[in-house]
Design a protein around this ligand. Structure first.
Ligand code: DX5
Ligand code: ZN
Length: 227
């Protein structure tokens, strides 16, 4: 099933509760994507545990926290306690990804691992059963509004094949440059959870953008027979 996770990185940080509301509701976003950056793992600084805690109380939409931080082993569990429904750590930053994924699950959230563009999926094949979602970055992490990297499509395809070969139910998320121009390619390649920042919050009607993206992705997946 196709899911849309609008990134609040492109929203108005002074009005986060209202911005969450703009994509909420029956036909709205499945998740709110929250980009946590520490100015070390990526060259940008955003928000942390207290903001996630406040936002989770202010919205009924579950939070999909993407941790672009060093030492996720130390920090990720706090984001679960703050109310995140899904917590994604980066493979490049985690010291003990299996232990960390188990801890996130034990605390009650979905455990997810992200790969930067130059990180291959193959070394992580045996870890997949420990995860609820795999995030293939389709830009270098750090900023919204960057151009989609088409060269990531083969990795999305290979990841989908691995998931299917192992008979896993886990989700495959894409993040970075996902828009009306690129979402069909991602869906055809086998992605099923789509993060979109500027393509949602950069428009006058974010709720309509979410609906349009979901339709496009669902149709493309049906055509390709991927979902
Ligand atoms: C980038 C972040 C993304 C970002 C996507 O490092 O992880 O979630 O908000 O923004 P767009 O959709 O504008 O590329
Ligand atoms: Zn993100």
């Amino acid at each position: 099933m196709v899911q849309i996770s609008p990134s609040i990185l492109s929203a108005d940080f002074a009005r986060l509760a209202e911005e969450a509301e703009r994509v909420g509701g029956a036909d709205g976003a499945d998740w709110l994507h929250v980009d946590v950056m520490d100015n070390h793992f990526v060259p940008n600084l955003t928000l942390g545990v207290p903001v996630v805690e406040a936002l989770s109380k202010a919205t009924g939409t579950p939070l999909d926290c993407h941790l672009m931080i060093e030492e996720p082993d130390r920090w990720a569990p706090q984001f679960v306690e703050a109310g995140a429904g899904s917590v994604t750590f980066h493979a490049e930053a985690a010291a003990a990804p299996v232990r960390l994924a188990r801890e996130i699950r034990a605390k009650g959230a979905r455990a997810s691992m992200a790969l930067k563009p130059a990180t291959p999926i193959e070394p992580y094949e045996d870890l997949l059963p420990e995860l609820d979602m795999l995030l293939v970055m389709t830009v270098e992490p750090g900023f919204g509004g960057q151009a989609f990297l088409d060269i990531m499509l083969p990795k999305i395809r290979r990841t989908r094949q691995l998931i299917d070969r192992h008979g896993l139910q886990m989700w495959l998320q894409v993040d970075g440059g996902v828009s009306a121009e690129t979402i069909e390619r991602c869906a055809e390649a086998g992605a099923d959870v789509f993060v979109a920042g500027s393509a949602v919050y950069g428009t006058d009607d974010p709720a309509a953008a979410v609906r349009a993206l979901r339709h496009q992705a669902s149709d493309a997946a049906a055509r390709a027979g991927t979902r």
